[in-house]
Write a protein that binds this ligand. Structure first.
Ligand code: ZN
Length: 395
């Protein structure tokens, strides 16, 4: 007589080895044991055993080789209650030649009831899935990359011409925390290039104006407003809270302060400068053994060679182009893809419509990045030179 489904499962359980969750818990992080979760994806999304690999039962035969190549290895299978994993255990043993297969009794339900630890995989809300769907579709970003963006903290120094495109596109990309340092208010003459602001926010502090626009573009983003100038007293504490620093300043004293503080903390700086019809960009990342800003410019150029945009004017789209190249580098750093501009200075000539680049080498004599970090005392750590005087002397 043909057995009922329930009887069949009972018979199978008599033919395979079963193991209690307590015994599985004892070998949780043991590399000689492979835990295989045979449930469906939506069940796994709610939580799984730490370290378990996911091979849905429907794909068991076709995917188990990828998960467990060595058939002599101890394999513990589990499902929600212990039935599907029992059937899967029989398949692995009888049909596929695995030598040491067990099915966990009571499955994930019993494991959880016993109070053992579980891993709840990160997921996105339905709204986030829709908002970031074009990112998730790209292999290089995907769900994992999008989660990295959401977890990332980026500090923009300056909410002006370079800061604007960075603020807008990093917010749109879903960077979860964007800090903005700026002490200025929005002026009508800014709007030719500082597109994060608008006519409605003329007279409003730039950090506030930018935060309003970002919150409208993407309410997922936490904007931290640092209203004021970047100064030597607070720079280290400020930088510590962020993963990537975006240099959007237009003055040399601040650039050197950003560099020296970032080098001390080993934080990457995505830097851009614009002048006339030309833009220059680089990534200074000493955590990856790259050069720093001082390796490239040990001293600032004389003032007549580096006039500020305020005094000399700038084509409004140029900081847009440069800022978007910066934002692209920031995103690449966060998700860890591609070749960054570390050790390279990219130059864009807008009039000629040409890109060129030169190598930037780490200067073994660099007074900042060549120093052994361990040799910097705690007191010395927070002390920075007088950059105004340093730049004035160079000029
Ligand atoms: Zn250096």
């Amino acid at each position: 007589m043909t057995p009922s489904g329930a009887e069949f499962v009972r018979q199978i359980k008599g033919q395979i080895a079963e193991v209690d969750p307590a015994q599985v818990h004892d070998v949780l992080w043991n590399e000689d044991v492979v835990l295989v979760d045979v449930r469906e994806s939506d069940e796994v999304a709610a939580g799984k055993l730490p370290g378990a690999v996911h091979v849905p039962r429907g794909f068991l035969e076709s995917r188990i080789d990828g998960a467990v190549g060595d058939r002599s290895k101890r394999v513990v299978l589990y499902c929600a209650s212990g039935n599907r994993s029992a059937l899967a255990a029989r398949t692995l043993t009888e049909d596929l030649g695995y030598e040491r297969v067990e099915s966990m009794t009571g499955g994930y339900t019993l494991w959880k009831d016993r109070g053992y630890e579980v891993d709840v995989p990160r997921t996105l809300t339905a709204e986030q899935r829709e908002r970031y769907s074009r990112h998730i579709l790209i292999n290089e970003v995907g769900l994992e990359g999008q989660i990295k963006l959401i977890d990332a903290k980026v500090l923009l120094i300056g909410a002006g011409a370079l800061g604007s495109p960075n603020a807008l596109y990093l917010a749109a990309a879903g960077v979860g925390t964007i800090g903005i340092v700026d002490d200025d208010v929005v002026d009508l003459s800014n709007l030719q290039r500082q597109v994060v602001h608008g006519t409605a926010t003329i007279g409003v502090p730039k950090v506030e104006s930018a935060a309003t626009r970002i919150n409208d573009l993407n309410p997922d983003v936490t904007v931290v407003q640092h209203k004021g100038r970047l100064d030597a007293d607070s720079v280290l504490e400020l930088f510590r809270a962020y993963d990537v620093i975006v240099d959007g300043t237009d003055n040399f004293p601040t650039r050197y302060l950003i560099n020296d503080a970032a080098v001390r903390l080993n934080k990457p700086v995505v830097s851009a400068a614009i002048l006339g019809f030309e833009a220059q960009l680089s990534v200074f990342d000493t955590s990856q053994d790259g050069p720093c800003y001082r390796c490239l410019f040990p001293v600032p150029p004389p003032a007549e060679l580096a006039p500020s945009c305020g005094a000399n004017g700038v084509l409004g789209v140029l900081p847009g182009t440069a800022g978007l190249l910066q934002a692209t580098e920031v995103i690449k750093l966060i998700i860890g893809v591609g070749d960054s501009l570390r050790g390279r200075l990219l130059m864009y000539d807008a009039l000629a419509a040409e890109f060129n680049e030169v190598k930037v080498r780490k200067d073994p004599e660099c007074p900042v990045c060549s120093r052994d970090r361990a040799s910097i005392s705690d007191e010395e750590m927070g002390v920075f030179p007088d950059y105004e005087a340093f730049c004035a002397a160079a000029g």
